[in-house]
Design a protein around this ligand. Structure first.
Ligand code: ZN
Length: 133
């Protein structure tokens, strides 16, 4: 079951500059983490029960680099928090959603994540995110 929005992922060119901006807005930086499996460096800002996740590419073939090249900086994905990611994925497959990840993979924060393809979600990249308790 989808419990809530876990985080909102935002693609940025320069993580440090973007961090400064969000700090000026009054948000507090929680942590910076590199996620090699996704070729990104991320910064988290908690805001209420949700986090803002800023993503900077660490390599030219990072999905974030490709996204910025095509569409510029901005909202990249919405992450829904789920209880049981493998179950959620088989359910999504039954419903014939297009999956980018058929199996959970490691994301930031020790969470397991998987993406649905925006072609089957009316244009928004959706991440399922099972946070470690
Ligand atoms: Zn995310």
């Amino acid at each position: 079951m989808v419990k809530k929005i876990s985080h909102i992922g935002i693609a940025v060119k320069d993580l440090n500059e973007a961090i400064k901006f969000y700090q000026k807005l009054g948000l507090e930086l929680e942590e910076i983490e590199e996620v090699p499996s996704q070729k990104v460096k991320v910064a988290f800002f908690p805001i209420g029960e949700v986090r803002i996740e800023l993503l900077e590419a660490t390599s030219e073939d990072s999905p974030i680099a490709k996204f910025i090249e095509k569409r510029g900086e901005g909202v990249h994905h919405l992450a829904f928090q789920v209880d049981d990611l493998p179950e959620k994925l088989s359910e999504a497959e039954e419903k014939e959603f297009r999956l980018i990840d058929k199996e959970p993979r490691p994301g930031a924060h020790g969470a397991d994540i998987a993406f649905l393809h925006p072609k089957s979600t009316h244009g928004t990249l959706i991440e399922f995110c099972q946070e470690k308790e």
